[in-house]
Design a protein around this ligand. Structure first.
Ligand SMILES: Cc1cc2nc3c(=O)[nH]c(=O)nc-3n(C[C@H](O)[C@H](O)[C@H](O)COP(=O)(O)O)c2cc1C
Ligand SMILES: C=C(O[C@@H]1CC(C(=O)O)=C[C@@H](OP(=O)(O)O)[C@H]1O)C(=O)O
Length: 388
């Protein structure tokens, strides 16, 4: 399974083409819209989120509520496009006044300057339109399809906020992933109604007041993946590596860890590795899950626990110094609008990209074309593992 996306942030629409999704999977727009709505929630977003109300149109690969096995095409319109029709026109424009509105002031921390250098753009709008995290809308749509597939084979995924601006979420204990999923589906920052949540919102308010921005940490948990998914035989078949790449591919994500992650550097091996146990009901299992569900690029059968760190948003109301690419003059520019914190939205994106990688690995390992056969194969694999 793979997917590609196209579309600019202020263009008419975003498009995703999903290839290799098996036939026979129940899929309706509402499955996707639910996830798109979650991505739009959260505290700290700018005015753009009040303009958009993301809804998917499924324009290929699905008939009468079921996937056909052919490419799935998904479209989400940008409502904001109506305000940008001239600036984002596909056809050449003659209006000089619009040409003068070129973006020539690169923001430190965004893709502006490197993108301009790479593609030879003197108007950095040509860069920011595509480097914008607006694109994560259709990645969440693709992830919703992956989540549908995983649900069908008994695998659950939940993403949530762990930390914002140095404030750690509290009450992280949950009885089951089902419970976590329920709460995070209502709000990705399930802790916003807690004391820590209040502090997070205060930190966001303070950053905003100071013209600044803040980042944080998100966590994704996947339960129900049988042991042995992925492989140790080649670098590009290691599932943890694919998940790590997927997390770091999210705009503004700068680091990733599994299980106890970087803490492993500070502990002896005896406090890092997970002891192996066996019972007739469960077969092999682990006493702990410090590895976060992976050994040798393969799943251990324990929950996958992966975290990603999001840097603060680059566009600042009180900007850092930069240099105009035309005049070469230093400047500190004012900006029109931006998010001050998008960590809650990013937790939904992280969930989506992890769901996609896990679903792709399941399809690759347990059969490619039909969801019913994949279900049978995965059940057989679970039985085999219990009896091994
Ligand atoms: C959900 C989400 C919303 C974002 N919103 C903004 C924003 O409003 N302003 C901004 O400058 N960057 C925003 N970003 C971050 C930039 O897209 C990102 O920093 C930029 O593409 C440069 O890439 P890099 O940070 O991965 O190197 C957002 C990221 C995410 C995931
Ligand atoms: C549009 C989204 O996020 C955008 C991501 C983004 C960026 O630079 O990454 C910049 C902002 O765009 P604008 O300048 O239009 O306000 C965010 O609103 C979205 O998440 O749907």
């Amino acid at each position: 399974m793979r997917y590609l996306t196209a579309g600019e942030s202020h263009g008419p629409q975003l498009t995703a083409i999903l290839e290799g999704v098996p036939a026979g999977l129940e899929l309706r727009a509402e499955h996707i819209n639910k996830e798109l709505a979650r991505r739009q929630k959260g505290y700290g977003r700018g005015r753009r989120m009040q303009i958009e109300k993301d809804e998917v149109k499924i324009v290929g690969g699905v008939r009468h509520g079921k996937t056909l096995g052919s490419p799935i095409a998904l479209v989400v319109e940008n409502r904001d496009f109506q305000h940008w029709q001239t600036i984002m026109a596909v056809e050449p424009i003659d209006d000089e006044s619009e040409v003068k509105r070129k973006v020539t002031r690169p923001r430190p921390g965004h893709a502006d300057l490197n993108g301009a250098l790479k593609y030879g753009h003197r108007d950095m709008r040509n860069v920011l339109e595509r480097s914008s995290a607006r694109e994560t809308t259709v990645r969440v749509a693709a992830g919703a399809v992956a989540k549908r597939l995983l649900e069908e084979v008994g695998i659950r995924v939940a993403g949530h906020v762990l930390e914002i601006g140095g404030v750690r979420a509290e009450n992280l204990d949950y009885r089951s992933l089902e419970e976590l999923q329920e709460v995070t589906e209502a709000s990705p920052v399930r802790c916003f109604d807690s004391e820590a949540g209040q502090k997070m919102m205060e930190a966001i308010d303070l950053a905003k007041k100071n013209g600044d921005s803040i980042g944080g940490i998100v966590e994704v948990i996947v339960e129900g993946v049988p042991a042995g998914v992925g492989s140790y035989v080649h670098y590009d078949r290691k599932l943890d590596a694919k998940i790590a790449a997927a997390i770091v591919s999210i705009n503004a994500f700068k680091g990733v860890e599994f299980g106890i992650g970087f803490e492993a550097a500070r502990r002896p091996g005896s406090e890092v590795h997970d002891e192996i146990i066996w019972s007739p009901e469960q077969g092999f299992s682990r006493r702990t899950n410090r590895a976060g569900g992976f050994e040798g690029g393969m799943t251990t059968g324990m929950p996958i626990v992966v975290r990603g760190v999001m840097k603060p948003i680059p566009t600042l109301y009180k900007p850092l110094q930069s240099v105009d690419i035309d005049t070469k003059e230093p400047f500190t520019a004012s900006i029109e609008r931006s998010d001050s914190c998008a960590v809650p939205a990013a937790s939904v994106v992280a969930e989506a990209v992890v769901a996609w990688e896990v679903a792709a690995a399941i399809v690759e390992q347990f059969g490619q074309d039909r969801i019913d056969l994949i279900k049978e194969n995965i059940e057989r694999a679970r039985r085999y593992a219990r009896e091994f």
